[in-house]
Design a protein around this ligand. Structure first.
Ligand SMILES: Nc1ncnc2c1ncn2[C@@H]1O[C@H](COP(=O)(O)OP(=O)(O)O)[C@@H](O)[C@H]1O
Ligand SMILES: [Mg+2]
Length: 1068
């Protein structure tokens, strides 16, 4: 199954480190944070690539090569953790792997051991959970060579608890102190060695106390075997304890001045034995700051710190104390300055100190004997003092830290004070060097003891499990190393007893006499050899001063040189005395007066260690153990390098093969029935897809179907036990194949299901949208109706109240009426001046309507006027004048109204040229043919009437018959009837004038209007009823009588008057 068509929830793939990419492609549980978890079984199919994650699943479990190959495969894939059952094997990666984040911590929290890939956190969490649920004390034993990662593992476990454990009232401080005690202990107890830049030079057991809620509330530390010799000597490439360099690098000027120190480590003999005071990978200045801060967190007052640093400084000064021999060969101090500083820093008397350094005081038969020391002895005494001071101060420091970590029981009511304890042991594993001495002997002895514990506890728990599962106990063949422990620690016959005896014996005991004694006492022991006891062949590989122990993990050859001295750890009495009198409070506590008075010899180092170990075993025995075995992949502190020789050596001395053998003696694999059935049920038709009966029976059916042979498995009460990994692998492979076909089926089913689900979803959505839309439409319609009803109601109300003053009942109506009137008006405005239509306004708008109407008219007139041409204007002016003169006064006026006035009725061509010449410049404004009636006989004669700017001219052909200047035109008379006669009255005084003229024009209104206007006689047109009088040239008078008749008749009447009958017009 590839990544694409995966059936199972897919997580983010992070490339090579992704477990899926490593072949863990089968389904796994999903962690609370969504990270894919793999079960151990899931990883089985990836075994070719990344090996098995539990060594018990190695087919060839007795083969060291297969073991190492599995480690190598995993190491190459950055999988540094592997189980042997519940033992965790860890290979130092020498690089930061991103597997310690908070997310990782969460992933392991509360998860069953085998559900997740192997990790330190799984061990930590498992122990913590057992502690909480079973309320049984736990311990985690971490062992391995120097540089294998023990201390890192310890720190990581502490961090895990600090992050994941619940918080209790005062827990924050305890958590801090637990974490902060580390840098302080490391400063004083760690050093750069060839193997590890931060090598712990002491063994450490740390208890963490948890309260009933599971919160850490206290702690306690036990320390073992501080490597004191480092204070005075370091091998090439190694350093003294970090604190010395940190103080010199980081200490403030003022502090260093007080301590009498210079900033340069090269000044101090004790710091330069290894010739590498400066190391690039270590930042002493920064570390100093960390330590100073940590000291305050763990309750150190300024005074405490000052006292402590005074001691550190005094060790440096002590290292610089030099001697010279006097004549007798006795040592004398040559460096007074150093003595002065020492005296000040230790609060001792300079002279006492000086004397104590060069003399030896012994008590023989109750008398004090003082004897001088030679140079060699003095140097020895000085170094012994430095070691003692530093070593005891270290113990004091641990005690002081313990006080600050102590669980304050009194602060809790008793029902809450029941605590459980989780111990962390960080101690060197087997040490096998080219040259092994007393220290290696102690350490390896410690490891034998731990192996004893492991065997006892593992076998015990195995046995318990078998019993509780009701499976017959099958004896396991394993090597019980009790015989070696006894060889070392047995009373009287053990190596330590013999060593002590040699140390205490009066006389000339030496390392060699000790070896002889050993040979005598334990010569027949199968695990003990010396040069003398060995056979010919083996003897070649041993020196005469050596003895060899066949440890369970392998053989180690020890040189006895220095054993007695180191075991005695002697400090001359007078130096002790000087220290007892010290005023430095720490030194004072470290050197107890009772030591001086006590007659009994102090316990030797080996015995002390034996006792503390036996105490430790007791502590550990009372707890449920977990194991972490650390392996260093190479000596160069390099990442990615897998040095097989080195690793084989460690696998051997860590006893891992032996671990595996014990673990695998019975069954390789065991699981609860539920878990087993759940995983493999698909392999059997009867159990797939569900098994309704008891899981126990389901598994029975399942394994029968799978064809397990009876010797391959056992059915316990709650678990199935499978003896060989290959049985499990076969099952796992079958599952893998089965999964392919299941996946196909499930995919098909899933697709069908998915599509149906999707369809149903869409259908549901469509219905939802439809109903929603219908609802919306309905609501809109209802709202519209409501609004309509409201409007109608307002209308009716408004109509009823329409004549009331404006009030809430009618305001809407009135506004509406007003509005609609105005809108209607806007649409129906009169189109032109003659259009008199106008909508009828509502009562409230009558006045406004009138104003608007006037405005509108004004506007139309104005725009009409703007459009009038000059000719038309003239026409209209003339028409207006005509109207003023004739309207309602003369009968034939109405007929003239619709006829346009013509500019002139005779063109210039119709007028005789002589006349035109006669007029000269005078232009003819108007010309019309007229009939002239003689003044006497009223004979009608055709004439032309011309109007110039100055006069009316009567023309007959070429003759200008009469010219009447406008000034002489007195008036014009005309009848009110429909005739077209008129009289021009001329001024009489003028002799040249022939008198008034009687004329007739077919266009009488036009002609008279033009004459009146040209001559400015508009007001002098008389319209007469009945008759008109006129004068003739000689002052005589004529009369024209007008009557109406049926048709026009103009003739001289009998009375001499001119009688005019004008036809009656209908309009009148
Ligand atoms: N899990 C780890 N991941 C990364 N580096 C590690 C790890 N464990 C150890 N180291 C490296 O190895 C060095 C030595 O580890 P340390 O725990 O001090 O060894 P030991 O206590 O066994 O002597 C550390 O300083 C660190 O650089
Ligand atoms: Mg360490």
């Amino acid at each position: 199954m590839g990544h694409q068509d995966r059936l199972w929830p897919q997580q983010n793939c992070k490339g090579r480190r992704c477990l899926d990419c490593l072949g863990f492609s089968s389904p796994g549980a999903i962690g609370s944070n969504g990270i894919r978890l793999t079960t151990m079984e899931s990883a089985l199919t990836a075994r070719d690539r990344v090996g098995v994650q539990d060594f018990v699943l190695l087919e060839n479990f007795t083969s060291e090569a297969a073991f190492i190959e599995n480690l190598r495969k995993r190491f190459k894939e950055n999988l540094i953790y592997t189980y042997i059952g519940s033992v965790l094997v860890s290979v130092n990666p020498y690089k930061d792997l991103e597997i310690y984040s908070k997310q990782h911590m969460e992933r392991y929290r509360g998860v069953s051991f085998y559900e997740v890939s192997p990790h330190l956190y799984a061990i930590a969490d498992n122990s913590y959970r057992a502690l909480r649920t079973e309320r049984k004390d736990q311990c985690i034993l971490i062992s391995g060579e120097s540089g294998a990662g023990k201390t890192e593992a310890t720190k990581k476990i502490l961090q895990y608890y600090a992050v994941t454990c619940p918080v209790s009232d005062q827990v924050e401080t305890v958590k801090d102190r637990l974490l902060q005690s580390n840098p302080v202990l490391e400063a004083f107890g760690n050093a750069k060695t060839l193997r590890n830049d931060n090598s712990s030079r002491f063994g450490k057991y740390m208890d963490v106390q948890f309260d009933y809620k599971g919160a850490p509330v206290g702690g306690h530390i036990l320390n073992y075997l501080l490597e004191k010799s480092r204070v005075v000597h370091q091998n090439h490439g190694e350093r003294n304890f970090h604190i010395f360099y940190q103080l010199l690098e980081g200490g403030e000027e003022e502090l260093l001045r007080r301590l009498g120190l210079e900033k340069n480590p090269q000044q101090y003999h004790y710091l330069i034995k290894g010739q590498c005071a400066k190391v690039s990978s270590i930042n002493d200045k920064n570390d100093w700051k960390v330590v100073r801060k940590a000291l305050s967190v763990i309750n150190f007052s300024d005074n405490d710190v000052e006292d402590l640093l005074s001691i550190v400084a005094s060790v440096l000064h002590l290292g610089n104390v030099q001697f010279a021999a006097d004549e007798q060969g006795n040592a004398q101090v040559t460096t007074e300055n150093q003595i002065k500083y020492l005296a000040r820093l230790l609060g001792a008397e300079a002279s006492v100190l000086r004397e104590a350094l060069i003399n030896k005081k012994i008590i023989a038969k109750g008398e004090e004997l003082v004897s001088p020391l030679n140079l060699e002895q003095a140097a020895y005494a000085r170094d012994a003092l430095a070691k003692a001071v530093y070593g005891r101060t270290f113990s004091w420091l641990v005690n002081k830290i313990n006080r600050s970590l102590a669980y304050k029981e009194a602060e809790y009511p008793s029902w809450r004070s029941s605590t459980t304890v989780l111990g962390l042991l960080d101690i060197y594993g087997f040490e096998v060097f080219q040259h092994n001495s007393f220290e290696q002997f102690c350490i390896n002895y410690c490891n034998e003891k731990l192996q004893q514990l492991f065997i006892e506890l593992t076998l015990k728990s195995e046995q318990e499990e078998y019993e509780s599962e009701g499976i017959a106990w099958e004896s396991i063949h394993y090597f019980n190393n009790k015989i070696i422990c006894d060889l070392v620690e047995e009373k009287f016959k053990g190596i330590i007893s013999i060593l002590d005896e040699e140390c205490l014996r009066p006389g000339d005991a030496t390392d060699m006499t000790f070896l002889e004694k050993l040979e005598d006492t334990v010569k027949n022991h199968p695990h003990f050899l010396t040069h003398k006891l060995a056979d010919q062949k083996t003897r070649k590989s041993m020196g005469r001063e050596e003895f060899r122990l066949l440890h369970y993990a392998g053989e180690v050859t020890y040189s006895v040189t220095g054993f007695l001295d180191k075991n005695n750890d002697l400090l001359f009495r007078n130096l002790k005395e000087a220290m007892c009198n010290s005023e430095n409070p720490i030194i004072n506590q470290c050197f107890d007066r009772t030591e001086l008075t006590d007659k009994k010899r102090p316990e030797t180092v080996a015995t002390q260690f034996k006792n503390s170990l036996s105490k430790l075993m007791e502590i550990l025995m009372s707890k449920e153990p977990s194991y972490i075995r650390c392996i260093k992949p190479n000596d160069a502190k390099q990442s990615g390098r897998f040095d097989e020789v080195l690793i084989r050596h460690q696998v051997k001395y860590l006893g891992l093969m032996e671990n595996l053998r014990v673990r695998r003696a019975g069954f390789a694999y065991r699981r609860k029935y539920e878990v087993f059935l759940q995983r493999y049920k698909s392999l059997c038709p009867e159990t797939w897809p569900t098994w309704d009966g008891r899981p126990h029976d389901g598994v029975a059916v399942l394994v029968k179907h799978l064809g397990y042979k009876p010797e391959e498995y056992k059915m316990g009460r709650t678990k199935i036990f499978i003896r060989f990994p290959k049985t499990l692998f076969a099952t796992e492979d079958a599952l893998e194949i089965r999964k392919q076909s299941l996946a196909t089926k499930m995919q098909a089913a899933w697709r069908g299901f998915y599509k149906r689900k999707k369809f149903r979803q869409m259908k549901h959505s469509a219905i939802t949208i439809q109903s929603w839309w219908r609802g919306t439409l309905g609501r809109r319609k209802a709202a519209k109706k409501r609004r309509a009803v409201e409007t109608i109601r307002r209308f009716i109300k408004g109509f009823i109240y329409r004549n009331h003053p404006r009030c809430s009942e009618n305001e809407y109506f009135l506004d509406y009426i007003r509005y609609s009137f105005l809108m209607n008006l806007k649409r129906n405005l009169p189109k032109n001046v003659l259009d008199k239509s106008w909508p009828i306004p509502p009562p409230s708008l009558v006045e406004a309507s009138q104003l608007l109407r006037a405005l509108c008219m004004q506007n139309m007139v104005w725009s009409y006027c703007k459009r009038i041409s000059p000719e038309w204007k003239q026409q209209l002016e003339q028409k207006v004048v005509a109207s003023e003169i004739f309207k309602d006064k003369k009968d034939n006026y109405p007929q003239s109204v619709p006829r346009l006035f013509i500019n002139t009725r005779l063109g210039n061509e119709e007028i005789n040229t002589k006349v035109l010449q006669g007029l000269g410049n005078e232009a003819i404004k108007y010309a019309v043919p007229v009939v002239k009636y003689d003044r006497k006989g009223y004979k009608a004669r055709a004439r032309q009437l011309l109007l110039t700017p100055n006069a009316v001219v009567i023309v007959e052909e070429a003759k200008m018959k009469q010219r009447i200047d406008y000034a002489n035109l007195m008036g014009i008379s005309v009848s009110s009837l429909s005739d077209s006669l008129f009289v021009l009255h001329v001024r009489c005084e003028d002799n040249k004038q022939k008198g008034d003229v009687v004329l007739q024009s077919d266009h009488v209104i036009e002609t008279l209007t033009k004459i009146a206007m040209s001559a400015d006689r508009v007001n002098n047109v008389n319209i007469n009823q009945g008759s008109i009088k006129f004068t003739t040239g000689q002052g005589k008078e004529g009369i024209i009588d007008f009557t109406s008749g049926s048709e026009l008749l103009i003739a001289k009447a009998k009375n001499g008057h001119l009688a005019v009958v004008a036809p009656r017009l209908n309009s009148r």
